[in-house]
Design a protein around this ligand. Structure first.
Ligand code: CAA
Length: 257
């Protein structure tokens, strides 16, 4: 499939999706959303692909939802049309994916990065929810995911003042998993994605599902959910292979079964 606003490459078992609207600092318009949904669905459906990276340019992961597209919309257009509906399809991706963030990740850009299973940031990354400066608010999950990631104090401050948070602060606050020199971002993200892609795919999918369940359940429900998925993996050929390989002191070879 060919895309206009994103680039999609496969590197072994890793799919790299690059936001590609440089003239608008990768602002997220309806075409980007449509193409992201298609690209993530294709990644999920392709048995040869095990982990994805979503990235942008060095200057901008994405500078937000496309202000020029939204500018003239009415309440009826936005509410009636359920604007931003569709990002659920991105977060419904069952295989793991990583956001590799360089430069600006603002508004919808920060919100899209937070949809990833984890974020690796270049040391030049800047995160923010500046929508308040446009007399609106986050609309793609920022008030919820940012608050869960970094807590009320910092999330509230960012949503109310629109200030940007640098990579070092974002790592200390728990928003990003790791900060790397900007020049090494793509290589480091690829290394992480290849590490994930090398794991038994059912276990990787289960690990993702159970960590995400922590945001939706009570502790007791979440622990029970984890245990049932853990038990379920004992029905997989890869569990037999993984444990045999450990005992026999050799690397495991996964069938995905
Ligand atoms: N939407 C549409 N176009 C955008 C954009 C956006 N979010 N962000 C940048 N652009 C465009 C600019 O209009 C400009 O286009 P022109 O050359 O045609 O004028 C081009 O990208 C380059 O941008 P700048 O000249 O502004 O670049 P800069 O380096 O001077 O500044 C910036 C960079 C600080 C990121 C600045 O572009 C900026 O503040 N962008 C908007 C950030 C923002 O408010 N994001 C939130 C959007 S609302 C939202 O996301 C809602 C939600 O919750 C989903």
């Amino acid at each position: 499939m060919s895309y206009e606003t994103i680039l999609v490459e496969t590197i072994g078992a890793v799919t790299r999706i690059t936001l590609n609207r440089p003239q608008a600092l990768n602002a997220l318009n309806s075409a980007v959303l449509r193409e992201l949904i298609a690209a993530f669905r294709a990644f999920d459906a392709d048995a040869t692909q095990r982990c994805a990276i979503l990235t942008g340019s060095e200057k901008a992961f994405a500078a937000g939802a496309d202000i020029k597209e939204m500018q003239g919309q009415s309440f009826a257009d936005m509410y009636g049309g359920n604007f931003f509906y569709g990002y659920e399809a991105v977060t419904a991706t069952r295989k793991p994916w990583i956001a590799a963030v360089s430069g600006f990740a603002l508004g919808g850009g920060c919100e899209l990065a937070m949809m990833a299973d984890f974020i690796i940031a270049g040391d030049n990354a800047k995160f923010g929810q500046p929508e308040i400066k446009l007399a609106v608010t986050p609309g793609m999950g920022g008030s919820q995911r940012l608050t869960r990631a970094i807590g009320k104090a910092k999330a509230m401050e960012m949503c109310l003042t629109g200030r940007m948070m640098g990579a070092v602060e974002a790592e200390a606050a728990g928003l990003v998993a790791r900060v790397v020199p900007a020049a090494e971002l793509q290589a480091e993200a690829l290394k992480s994605a290849e590490a994930v892609a090398a794991m038994a795919p059912l276990a990787a999918m289960a690990a993702k599902e159970m960590v995400n369940a922590a945001f939706e359940t009570t502790l007791a429900q979440g622990i029970n959910f984890e245990r049932r998925l853990f038990h379920g993996l004992f029905g997989s050929a890869d569990q037999k292979e993984g444990m045999a390989a450990f005992v026999e002191k050799r690397p495991g070879v996964w069938s995905g079964q």
